[in-house]
Design a protein around this ligand. Structure first.
Ligand SMILES: Cc1ncc(COP(=O)(O)O)c(C=O)c1O
Length: 400
């Protein structure tokens, strides 16, 4: 009898999220008494602002929120998203072009499933967020990584993209600020990229989840504000997770042209129905408030970013670019390869991650998870004291 796997080949090719896996490993070591410091998390260490929590409590007490509501989201929330998009990006979209999803990740899933056909190629600048290529594969598409390096600040240009375009290229994935590099495209870079994508007739998915987390004088530039002509072939994905410290509430959204909206609405109506009404009401409160609740968090992130970059730059063999947005630092660590640390000869960032976890009890994420071997990703969304202690441990291990 054949030993056919019960798992479909489509699902079998999907890899576990490396970032969530590292985070889970660090948390379980911690639970077993090991004093692990985790730089793996992709979430703010702040609680959700109180006024948002209050709105959820009120919503939970109102029986109208105990029932099914429209699969694409509450009209009040879609109106709030429409207003927020005008306020923050200067773009006009009707609530009828918006679908509320189970976090930004689900908006990305809907978008890719709706746009990508068997064999379609999707251009993804690397280093990339680990979820993008996995979802492209799930849709039957072909993820095409377009490499960038520290020299270009981890950003793609039209010249870098040109050789990767084929007859099957359907979609380009844009994210600025970026996870994992923290790179932010300038207005000029965004314009050049947008014009190129327009000329090539490509679809664009623009992931704006970190739009408000930028530092110094840097601001993020929405690609559609820069090149409005792309509107007919662009899907915006966004959510409340990072801006309002609401990762656990699972509210995201997609804004798309009518034909895509209709198809993605059908998909959502079969797969999830509506997202939790309680979370949706909380998101209305978040989006209708001004952005001042972000100030404290952004100030803390900025301070930690500077500390982290300074401390990583002191390590021999690390090459660290100061990120302009999000909450990650992505040092090129290939300069330590070939060295022996304890009993281990380090030849990859995967090796280095293991050595750092075992010998310094510090969790970081290897660049392999982002299509960028030779790097590590460290999140600075953790308390200042833990951040300094964790970096001192890494310094001591690698300098000692
Ligand atoms: C680049 C990027 N996009 C989207 C998301 C999805 O966020 P969520 O599903 O929590 O809203 C994340 C979360 O880590 C991210 O880093």
């Amino acid at each position: 009898m054949s030993q056919k796997s019960p798992i479909s080949s489509r699902i079998a090719q999907v890899e576990e999220s490396a970032t969530l896996a590292i985070d889970a490993k660090a948390k379980s070591l911690k639970a077993s008494g090991v004093d692990v410091i985790g730089f793996g998390a992709g979430e703010p260490d702040f609680p959700t602002p109180e006024f948002i929590v209050e709105a959820a409590i009120k919503a939970a007490q109102d029986p109208k929120n105990h029932k099914y509501t429209p699969a694409i989201g509450l009209l009040e929330l879609r109106e709030a998203i429409s207003l927020k998009t005008r306020r923050d990006s200067g773009l006009e979209f009707s609530p009828n072009q918006i679908i509320v999803t189970n976090g930004g990740k689900h908006a990305i899933f809907n978008t890719i499933m709706t746009l990508v056909d068997e064999g379609d190629e999707v251009l993804i600048p690397s280093p990339y967020w680990t979820t993008y290529p996995e979802l492209v594969k799930l849709a039957g598409g072909v993820p095409v990584a377009v490499p960038t390096s520290i020299r270009e600040g981890y950003k793609v240009t039209p010249q870098a993209l040109e050789p990767y375009i084929t007859e099957r290229t359907k979609l380009f994935i844009h994210v600025s600020p970026s996870n994992p590099t923290g790179a932010v495209y300038s207005p000029e870079e965004t314009f050049d990229l947008g014009r190129f994508l327009l000329d090539k007739g490509l679809w664009v998915m623009t992931d704006e989840i970190y739009e408000h987390l930028t530092y110094d004088e840097v601001k993020s530039t929405p690609i559609l504000s820069s090149v409005p002509e792309l509107t007919e072939r662009t899907v915006i994905v966004n959510g409340v997770a990072k801006t309002y410290a609401m990762t656990g509430w699972r509210i995201g959204w997609m804004i798309s042209p009518p034909q895509v909206h209709k198809a993605a609405s059908n998909l959502q109506s079969q797969v999830t129905s509506n997202i939790s009404n309680i979370s949706q009401r909380a998101a209305v409160a978040a989006l209708l408030a001004d952005l001042s609740c972000l100030d404290e968090m952004r100030t803390a992130f900025d301070r930690r970013r500077k500390t982290m970059v300074a401390m990583l730059s002191e390590i021999d063999g690390f090459n660290t670019l100061e990120p302009e947005g999000a909450f990650y630092v992505f040092p090129d660590v290939s300069g330590v390869f070939g060295r022996s640390i304890g009993d281990t000869k380090v030849t990859s960032s995967m090796d280095l991650t293991e050595v750092i976890l075992e010998q310094a009890e510090v969790a970081v994420v290897p660049g392999e998870a982002f299509g960028a071997p030779g790097h590590l990703r460290l999140s600075y969304a953790l308390a200042d004291s833990a951040l300094v202690e964790g970096l001192e441990r890494i310094q001591k291990l690698l300098q000692g």
